[in-house]
Design a protein around this ligand. Sequence first.
Ligand SMILES: *[C@@H]1O[C@H](CO)[C@@H](O)[C@H](O)[C@H]1NC(C)=O
Ligand SMILES: *[C@@H]1O[C@H](CO)[C@@H](O)[C@H](O)[C@H]1NC(C)=O
Ligand SMILES: *[C@@H]1O[C@H](CO)[C@@H](O)[C@H](O)[C@H]1NC(C)=O
Length: 260
Amino acid sequence: MRFFTLISVLATIASATLATAHPGSAQDVIRHTGRSVGKESVINGVKHYISKPFKKSTTAVIYLTDVFGLPLPENRLLVDSFARAGFFTIAPDLFQNKPAPADLNTPGFDVAGFLALHGPNVTDPIIAKTVQYVRKELGYKKVAVTGYCFGGRYSFRFLQKGKGVDVGFAAHPSLLEDGEVKAVTKPVSIAAADHDDLLPLDRLTQLEGILKNTTLPWTVSVYGGTSHGFGVRANVTDPRQKFGKEEAFFQAVRFFQSWA
Ligand SMILES: *[C@@H]1O[C@H](CO)[C@@H](O)[C@H](O)[C@H]1NC(C)=O
Ligand SMILES: *[C@@H]1O[C@H](CO)[C@@H](O)[C@H](O)[C@H]1NC(C)=O
Ligand SMILES: *[C@@H]1O[C@H](CO)[C@@H](O)[C@H](O)[C@H]1NC(C)=O
């Protein structure tokens, strides 16, 4: 009897160890290469890329892309990674099927013109509809927003009062204005690169000053050895960039788990 109990205790320990060995490893959740597993769906006339978790989630994540949009494989893979982390995850096409080319230096592509076409007057309504869809049609009670570069600014815009988002994360947000940070009324987390012309460290210090004046939960992390875009387009053969991308992802996941 005793012997049997000991065996079963050992077996329980062994299976518990096996069960936890894998989910602990980053590669089971965040993937940088391979086929994306989500689906495209047109909702209220706007294309969305959607990835669902294995178990029904209580929190939905709205993923706001960089200028490269839904065609960029890394964006789709990161949406899938948020789903593997347990969230229903949905990314609206912010650019009406015409995102920036994969190479911004493509002759004829005008970055300033592109950005002028996609100001808040055009982008806010697209995101607002996605928030509405997730809350009203799908019934999610908790909504998180995660944004990258171009999309990072909109994480802040949707953390204002009455926008329907509960918690947010932004990796290397660009074009972010002081007023947009001051207006935030929900917990917010930022991941930044140590080499970023669009969000230099002195600018980041100013943003920290604004957040420090609030009573909200907030975090700012800077990843050494990274540059603008690393949260999505890190060169994952470089160990520091790979670490930065993965850690920024888990920073967002943990922040949402804690504050949604
Ligand atoms: C958005 O604002 C820009 C710049 O003010 C303007 O050129 C554009 O026509 C506006 N677009 C819409 C759809 O209102
Ligand atoms: C923080 O609040 C203080 C007191 O209201 C104000 O003087 C200061 O300018 C604020 N700092 C920032 C960065 O907004
Ligand atoms: C990616 O990083 C590796 C290792 O640091 C380097 O050898 C390679 O040139 C980089 N690739 C690009 C496209 O920058």
